[in-house]
Design a protein around this ligand. Structure first.
Ligand SMILES: *Cc1c(COP(=O)(O)O)cnc(C)c1O
Length: 373
């Protein structure tokens, strides 16, 4: 069986550093907001090129912290894509605001600019108080910020970059996490940079916003945690998770290179039989997933499963059709590109630790499927 996401091999490779860092925390005993959290924030802020990094309890909480700090609440509307993980739109609803969707591009599966413009026009005609856009860099590929940033400026909207899948990605030389007004990432184990539990981080160049986020992260603290100047969360990152991330961060740049090389090899082998990911010239993806598109998706998935090759579907139901959002009144057919993608997309085994032999097995089985078909 080929591993879908090879965390085991990664641990075998990085074991010494990870174990040493964990032991250090067990020895010093500062399990909450220990020195590793501070060190991690400094290194990540340099990696992303953002003035501020605020480590927190998950990618979901990173998004929520950003929206809360922006003062988003009842009566507000925030635009996003329906072709993403539930968390992206869930946090909008949790603040009391209303999520509004716009469709994605059929090659990148990131927000489509025409669809965004249409959604904004619709908001203007209604009573919606549109405040911002959450851009999702799906599968690690940055959105078309060259188009989105001028549009957001013109309309007076903030951009919250959902960089949960794209830490390490680059857009025109700028790092993902700092492509909007505020960025949120996740350290869920399967993300490009993952810890061994839940974790996340918020990035921003805005010092004032960063101060509010730091306060909300610890129950809305003022001078100290028993001075509470606003409502907040228990949103900290554990010291142990920070220590694990510090050990993994050393090999992260090399892993990103390897992810790009493995993606290139997949695309070279598969471009003749399926739609392979398209990466615009000025982008470097972090390759959170390597996803192909084929109208034989379900048959291919079953065929590969029988051959011991696990695959995954991100995402089987676009968010506008989820039960959690049924009150928004969307219907099948509202976002045809997202709906079609949910039926045709398939993510292949992928990690920096996928061996050439394993990869050749995946690609040869896929080619077999299309030749037998
Ligand atoms: C993983 C993910 C999140 C949520 O991150 P968690 O750390 O699991 O809370 C949010 N948005 C996207 C696009 C994700 O892939």
């Amino acid at each position: 069986m080929i591993p879908f996401n090879n965390l085991k091999s990664q641990y075998e490779t990085l074991k010494e550093g990870i174990n040493r860092n964990i032991q250090k925390v067990l020895d010093h005993g500062h399990f909450i907001m220990g020195p590793e959290v501070d060190e991690l924030e400094q290194l990540l802020s340099r990696l992303v090129g953002a003035k501020n990094c605020i480590a927190c309890s998950s990618g979901t909480d990173a998004l929520l912290l950003a929206l809360m700090a922006k003062g988003i609440g009842p009566g507000d509307t925030v635009l996003t894509t329906p072709f993403t993980f539930i968390a992206t739109a869930e946090v909008i609803g949790l603040t009391g605001a209303t999520p509004i969707f716009a469709d994605v591009d059929d090659k990148t599966f990131n927000l489509d600019i025409q669809s965004l413009c249409r959604a904004i026009a619709l908001c203007k005609k209604s009573s919606h108080r549109l405040k911002g856009i959450i851009t999702v860099n799906l599968f690690g590929l940055p959105c078309p910020y060259d188009e989105i940033i001028p549009l957001a400026k013109k309309e007076g909207l903030f951009i919250l970059e959902d960089a949960a899948q794209s830490l390490g990605a680059v857009y025109h030389g700028r790092k993902s996490g700092n492509l909007g007004d505020v960025g949120a990432t996740s350290f869920f184990p399967a993300k490009p940079l993952g810890c061994y539990g839940d974790g996340g981080a918020v990035f921003t160049d805005d010092d004032q916003l960063a101060e509010i986020i730091r306060s909300i992260r610890i129950h809305g603290k003022g001078k100290d945690k028993y001075d509470n100047i606003r409502l907040g969360l228990n949103g900290r990152l554990d010291t142990l998770q920070a220590a694990i991330l510090l050990a993994k961060l050393e090999s992260f740049p090399k892993e990103l290179e390897e992810r790009n090389e493995i993606a290139r090899r997949y695309s070279d082998a598969l471009a003749s039989v399926v739609q392979v990911p398209s990466v615009p010239e000025h982008c470097r993806s972090a390759w959170a997933q390597y996803s192909i598109v084929t109208d034989q998706r379900d048959a291919l998935k079953e065929y590969l499963e029988k051959a011991g090759i696990p695959t995954a579907i991100y995402y089987p139901t676009p968010l506008h059709l989820q039960g959690a959002f049924k009150d928004l009144g969307y219907q099948a057919g509202d976002f045809p590109v997202s709906e079609e993608a949910s039926k045709t997309i398939l993510s292949l085994p992928f990690s920096a630790y996928l061996t050439e032999k394993e990869q050749d097995l995946v690609t040869s089985r896929i080619l077999d499927f299309f030749h037998d078909y």
